[in-house]
Design a protein around this ligand. Structure first.
Ligand code: SF4
Length: 105
């Protein structure tokens, strides 16, 4: 009989997605100052799954929401600075953010 495999879970000190979009944040807890922009994240009031579509899924609805979001610049800056790999941030997909980063180098 095989031994059961040990699984180790690592808990990041920084909040993981989808917190980055203000979703899942404890409304009673204050955001750290560098993340206060998330209090105004428009996506926190919408369907968070639209911002993390399945591979090949549509990003149109999420990008439409981003166009009206007051913290779009802060959100994109955060995503670029923290190398966010998944989802729509600041109105850009992962691929679009990679292009922005390449151009900045
Ligand atoms: S720009 Fe888009 S992803 Fe970023 S906080 Fe606003 S709605 Fe959410």
């Amino acid at each position: 009989m095989q031994e059961p495999m040990a699984i180790t879970l690592q808990v990041a000190s920084e909040p993981a997605l989808p917190f980055g979009h203000g979703v899942g944040h404890d409304a009673q807890a204050a955001f750290p100052p560098e993340l206060e922009w998330q209090e105004r994240a428009l996506c926190a009031q919408t369907d968070p799954e639209a911002f993390f579509p399945e591979k090949g899924g549509s990003t149109r609805e999420a990008k439409r929401v981003c166009l009206s979001c007051d913290v779009r610049v802060e959100c994109l800056d955060y995503a670029l600075g923290n190398d966010e790999r998944f989802g729509i941030w600041g109105g850009l997909s992962e691929r679009e953010r990679r292009r922005v980063k390449k151009r900045a180098v």
